[in-house]
Design a protein around this ligand. Structure first.
Ligand SMILES: Nc1ncnc2c1ncn2[C@@H]1O[C@H](COP(=O)(O)OP(=O)(O)OP(=O)(O)O)[C@@H](O)[C@H]1O
Ligand SMILES: [Mg+2]
Length: 250
């Protein structure tokens, strides 16, 4: 799609309005010479669950990595709790309270469940206690001495989410937590995300499974070719299902 024909959202984004905990404006990113994000705009209010939907290659993962400072070259604005983070390094971004759970989960095979769990440093006050986290994730309770990779895919995903809750982060970015996971575990992850929302975490969720997303999110942004091209409240999603399916190619 060329610049001139790019789909435009009908609703303008109120970047940096006072209720926004987090906003991205005009975010561009490059892998080497390859220009991948072309001006991504969206915002997330405190306590919201917001999804980024979009086809393979739309730029969802790159958006999360860019927010976390993990892309060499980026431009635009990433604002969190009143601070501009576009020039900040990943460790500073983490200390601000932003946590990233990558699609590949990052469970270390040579470490036990407990060692994986305790690996990320505490970056801020207010993190959940180990007992509270195990209460949220009963599947991994008591598995502490197992090798991380002895867990099922779903259990590894839960461990990957569990370990960022200790750190004190209050803004969680989860990249496709349901990918390759059995339906019963997907439901558990959905319930866990709802409970984290009740505990006042703000969650930015990348998903291709929009049925899962529709069950837990407040709002949805659709990405295509390195831009946000549309947005829906969760209530609007059903009446726009044909449009959403066309966007996602499903
Ligand atoms: N390390 C990289 N080097 C070069 N190009 C990359 C790299 N990672 C991703 N890309 C390209 O950037 C674009 C956006 O990729 P990204 O991974 O952000 O998409 P995505 O929306 O997360 O897709 P998926 O749904 O498949 O996970 C794609 O064209 C992809 O090929
Ligand atoms: Mg991705």
């Amino acid at each position: 799609m060329t610049e001139g024909t790019a789909l435009r959202r009908t609703t303008p984004v109120a970047v940096n309005s006072s209720s926004d905990q987090f906003s991205v404006g005009g975010l561009e990113a490059w892998y080497g010479e390859s220009h991948v994000l072309h001006g991504v705009d969206f915002e997330v209010k405190r306590g919201e669950v917001v999804t980024l939907l979009g086809r393979n290659g739309a730029g969802k993962t790159t958006t999360l990595k860019s927010i976390m400072g993990l892309i060499g070259r980026r431009r635009g604005s990433v604002r969190f709790e009143g601070s501009e983070l576009i020039a900040a390094k990943p460790d500073k971004i983490a200390r601000m309270g932003i946590a990233y759970c990558p699609e590949e989960r990052g469970i270390f095979s040579s470490l036990t469940v407990d060692e994986n769990f305790l690996l990320p440093p505490i970056v801020r006050k207010g993190g959940m206690s180990v007992d509270d986290i195990y209460e949220l994730f009963p599947n991994i309770k008591g598995r502490g001495a197992s090798q991380g990779t002895k867990l099922s895919g779903g259990e590894q995903q839960m461990l990957a989410i569990a370990r960022i809750l200790r750190t004190g982060a209050n803004f969680l970015m989860l990249d496709e937590p349901t990918e390759g996971i059995a339906p019963v575990i997907i439901q558990q992850i959905g319930r866990t995300i709802q409970r984290l929302k009740e505990k006042n975490f703000t969650i930015l969720l990348v998903e291709q499974n929009f049925r899962f997303a529709a069950g837990i999110a407040d709002r949805h942004y659709v990405m295509d070719q390195g831009r946000v091209i549309d947005e829906f409240s969760n209530d609007e999603l059903h009446k726009n299902m044909a449009k959403v399916k066309a966007y996602l190619g499903v």
